[in-house]
Every structure is written in C-alpha cells, then in structure tokens.
Design a binder for this molecule. Structure first.
Ligand code: PEP
Ligand code: MG
Length: 567
C-alpha cells in the first residue's frame, strides 16, 4: 500500500495510464537579436492564451463555470502587465525567452509557495502551470492527450495540471494519482468537481508503476494499492458501493438548516481567501463567511492595495453572500506570511514576532485604510471585523478605538457604513485563551483559530514536520483550551465560532456540540459533511462522550475513543 494525500473522496478500481514527464531543460544563451526573441516570446504568449481560452471553454462545458475560473485565472495572470512585462524586460536585456519565463515565474513561485494560506500557495502552482505551458510552447513540446484513454483508467502523473485535467472524460477516468499537490491544488479541486477519486503526493509513484498495472485508489483514506489481489479488489468493490450510497445521502443535506440531533440550530459558515471564493461558499450551501483571510489582497500585487481596491474586494464578497454574515479578518501577516514590499526585517522567531495585529497597530495608517475599506463594504450587507493574534485586552481596545476613528471620518465625509458593526477577536493564542473571560467583555464575538491555538498551546511550529506528532487539536491541553474559550464566550453572551481546520473534523464536532460552539466555519467543500455530522449528535450524547474524553490523559487515547464512538 502507498500512502498519499486524500484529495478527492471515493474509490476507483482500474488500469493505470502513466503520463510521462517531458524534459523541459534548455540552454540559457545570450540573445543578440532581442526583437526576434521578443516576437518568438509574444507568439508563445498568444498561443498560450488561445489554448488556455479553449481549455477554459472545454472545462466550462464539461465540468462547470466555477472550475473554468482556474484557466481563466491563468489567462488573467498572463495578461497582467507585471508578469509579461518583467519577462519582456529580461529579453530586452539579452536573455532568451525560456530563461526570462523561468526566472520571473520562479520568483513568483518562491514568493507564493512560502505562504501558509493554502489558497496563496495554490497561486505558486498556478504559476508553475503557466511556466510549464510556456516552456513547452517555446521548446516545441506537444502535450499528452488524455481525452482518448479507455474506460476504467487510473491516471498516474508527476503532477496533473489543470490543462491536462481539462481533457479528462469523466466516464473513462476512475482515479488519479500524482507525486505532488495537496488538498487545495487545482488538480484536487478539479478531481473533486469531476467526482473522480484522487490521491496526491504519493512519493515516486511514477517510478513504482508501469502502464497497464491494475490499481485501487482510495481517495477517502489517501491510499493506493498497485496490482491488488482478488480479495482486496472484492473488499474495495464493497467499499465503493458504500461510498456511493453515503454520497447520495449527503446531497439530502443541501438547502437544509444546520441542526443537532435534538434540534438546536448552529451556524455553518465558510472560510475563504478571495472574494471569488464567496461564490463557492454559496454553491456549497455555506450560511455565511466565518473567515475571510484578507491577506491575499496584500499578497497578490507588488504594492499595498488602496482603500478603494480593498473596498471593492470586500464589497464583492459581501454582495455575493447577499445579506448573509461576512466576517473579515484584518491583515494577518508576519509569521510565515511575508509581503516583500513591506520590507519587514527577518526575525529569529517570526511566529512569536511582528505579526498580525501587532504589525497593524504599529502601522496605523495602513491599518486604517483596511478598516475604512471594510466599514464602507459594511453598507452593502452584514459585515463583521475580526482581529487576529490577540494576546491582551489592550489590543482589542486599540482596534476598537481605531474603528471609531474611521467611523467618525467616514461620517464627516458622508460615506455610508454599518454603525453597529461588530468587532470580534480570533482566539488563537494561549494568552487569549487564558484571558477569554476578560476578552469576552470587550469583544463582540470570538472565533477560535485552532490552527494557531494548537501551535501556541503545544509550542510546536505548525509547519515543522519533525514536531508534527505533537501538532493535534485533540491534545488534552488544546481541548481544555477550546472548552474554556467556548464557556467564557457563552457566559458573556457572545457568539463563539471556530474557523480553524478542527471545526470540520468529524471527530471534533461532537465535542464542540458539547462545549456549546455557536458557529462552525469550514472549507466550503466540507459544508454538507459537517452538517450531516452535526445532525447525528444530540447534546446529551455529545456531553456523555465529552465527559469520557476529558477524563483521558493522552491524545492517542482520545482519538481512539472518538474513532470508536464516531457516527
Ligand atoms: C487559525 O489559526 O486557526 C486560523 C484559522 O487562521 P490561519 O490558519 O489563517 O492562521
Ligand atoms: Mg491563525
């Protein structure tokens, strides 16, 4: 069995089609006739645009408009004068087109791939796709045609780019296995949209398998079996049937209220990274936005976004949500999210340093631009402001004072906004958790950021693989912290939400019901699963389970018990 990342759920059983990688190496040479080189480059760009537009069309027809946005995004990136302009400048300075494309794309890939936010990291792989496509055009390499594979095919590739995925005929491809990519990579997104089971990031799989090998892809568990025996196949045929039945049941939760088994309503919101993602939240039946990570606006351009640019972006998300709540988290940079143009100093301990609200309060004019943008968008729907990385009550007070200052300015300018806009805080540090009762008197709402809360409670860098074994929200320390935060919020009568990954974890959900969480904010694709899990637990059952869990002393025992009692 080979293990990878479960990227698109379901079971696929079939025969492998191995997609061989092309050699994209080239000799970097100095160019004398830069005009001719520019013409060669421009012609590659034009062909890229035509081919990409055709692929977008193909995806729109065969998969849907939402998925076509991936290719449209590629078109927009190449149309952006910054990228092509930089490449042209390098060619004018005597570089060959291949070298210019590689250097500029690698620079952007380097910048985006370091970011913590999955959506931002995805941009790195988009640019990598663009780079590969442009190099293939410049080097005259033909792409593999996967539209003609036989029914029952499992595609195996180093990476499955959106351009390759756009050729997939859904009826013929029953599984996808790659060596790179994560849950939010575009190949994963497209695989999910096509409902094809996919396991990504299986090390060296293209060297392990041969064309026509038989295989099982378990996209739910992230497991792959090559040349399985008859017994294994029979076992997975049953699993496949069970999965198909469960999927059909999940669709019944579309358009339904989110209720526990004993009828208590809770809110089920979505986490988004761009205003466009709000559409996805609506399509997935999200009831609002519980976390709009506003960093993207600051990261996808070479300068600070203006107040107007921010206002337009927030307004787009707010209007898409049509009256449903949109919680906009103010700039959370620092840590592992660097924005080169801000010129922040390198720090020894960036996660403990100049990050998020600490940066914002030290750069008030920049922060006010964002707060004014959010306030202006609040005239178009139900908006809330959320402050990241709070550690003491003064930070909340200072942000609230700045919000008041912005409100007064806008009033004087005759600009509309929601005067009753709520200002809440993320509870994602050990300090904030310990003073949750104090913060609850100052904040209008809480949202628990379990990704950071786990990191800061367990003193474990969330990106460090060597200590990843400690990084679990099921650690007794983290669970006690979560319980304390929810109870403090409930006692003060403010809404308590959770926007960290744990909010969508089927094992965590009964504990959150027991602790009294009011709002769950999850990745849009997990809305129906979360709604279904929530519907299975009554408060009394959840309480009984939570009591047992809290009496245990290790993470291992807790997870084992939750798995044993999972519904
Ligand atoms: C969190 O820390 O749980 C969170 C939701 O924020 P981010 O992952 O963006 O730090
Ligand atoms: Mg966080």
């Amino acid at each position: 069995m080979y293990k990878g990342i479960e990227a698109s759920r379901g079971i696929g059983i079939g025969s492998i089609c191995l997609i061989v990688e092309h050699d994209l190496s080239f000799e970097s040479k100095h160019i004398e006739d830069t005009e001719a080189e520019k013409a060669r480059f421009n012609s590659a760009i034009e062909t890229f645009k035509t081919e990409t537009a055709a692929m977008a069309d193909n995806i729109r027809k065969n998969i849907g408009p939402k998925e076509a946005e991936i290719m449209e995004g590629h078109l927009a990136m190449i149309a952006d004068p910054t990228m092509a302009g930089e490449m042209t400048k390098m060619i004018e300075a005597g570089q060959c087109a291949e070298a210019a494309v590689t250097a500029v794309c690698d620079m952007f890939i380097g910048m985006f791939s370091k970011m913590e936010d999955d959506m931002m990291r995805q941009r790195a792989s988009d640019i990598s796709d663009i780079k590969i496509s442009l190099l293939k055009l410049l080097l005259g390499i033909e792409d593999v045609d996967i539209s003609t594979v036989a029914p029952g095919t499992i595609l195996v590739a180093h990476d499955l780019t959106p351009s390759m995925t756009s050729q997939i005929v859904k009826e013929n491809v029953v599984g996808i296995i790659t060596e790179v990519g994560g849950k939010t990579s575009h190949s994963a997104i497209l695989a999910r949209a096509l409902e094809i089971p996919a396991v990504l990031s299986v090390p060296n799989i293209t060297e392990i398998v041969k064309d026509k090998d038989s295989a099982i892809v378990d996209g739910t568990e992230g497991e792959v079996y090559i040349n399985p025996d008859g017994e294994k196949i029979s076992q997975y045929v049953i699993k496949r049937e069970e999965f198909i039945k469960a999927q059909a049941e999940l669709k019944n939760f579309m358009g339904k209220e989110t209720l526990t088994a004993d009828g208590t309503p809770v809110e089920l919101f979505c986490n988004i990274g761009t205003p466009k993602d709000a559409k996805k939240a609506v399509e997935c039946d999200g009831e609002g936005i519980g976390l709009f990570r506003s960093e993207f606006l600051f990261m996808d351009r070479p300068h600070l976004p203006t107040e107007d640019e921010q206002f337009e972006a927030y307004k787009e998300a707010v209007e898409t949500m049509g009256g449903r709540t949109v919680i906009i988290r103010t700039l959370d940079i620092g840590g592992d999210k660097d924005i080169p143009y801000l010129g922040l100093e390198k720090e020894e301990n960036p996660f403990l340093g100049y990050r998020a609200v600490r940066y914002c309060l030290a750069n008030r004019e920049t922060y006010k631009m964002q707060l004014r943008g959010i306030l202006r968008a609040s005239a178009f729907g139900k908006v809330k402001i959320m402050v990241p990385l709070v550690t003491c009550v003064e930070e909340v007070r200072e942000v609230k004072a700045l919000v008041e200052e912005c409100k007064n300015e806008l009033k004087a300018e005759g600009v509309a906004f929601d005067d009753k806009i709520e200002v809440g805080c993320m509870v994602e540090t050990a300090a904030a958790s310990l003073i949750a009762d104090i913060l609850a008197k100052e904040a209008d709402f809480f949202s628990i950021g379990t990704n950071d809360l786990t990191q800061y409670t367990m003193s474990v860098d969330r990106g460090n693989a060597n200590v990843a074994y400690l990084y679990s929200a099921f650690q007794p320390a983290v669970l006690r912290s979560i319980k304390n935060i929810i109870e403090a919020g409930n006692k003060a009568g403010i809404t308590v939400g959770m926007c960290g990954e744990a909010a969508a974890d089927p094992l965590m959900i009964p504990l959150l019901i027991s602790f009294g969480l009011n709002e769950y904010s999850v990745n849009p694709v997990l809305v129906l699963t979360a709604r279904s899990i929530i519907s299975k637990w009554s408060k009394a059952e959840a309480d009984a389970l939570a009591e047992k869990v809290l009496s245990l002393t290790t993470e291992k025992e807790i997870v084992a018990l939750l798995k044993a009692e999972a519904k």
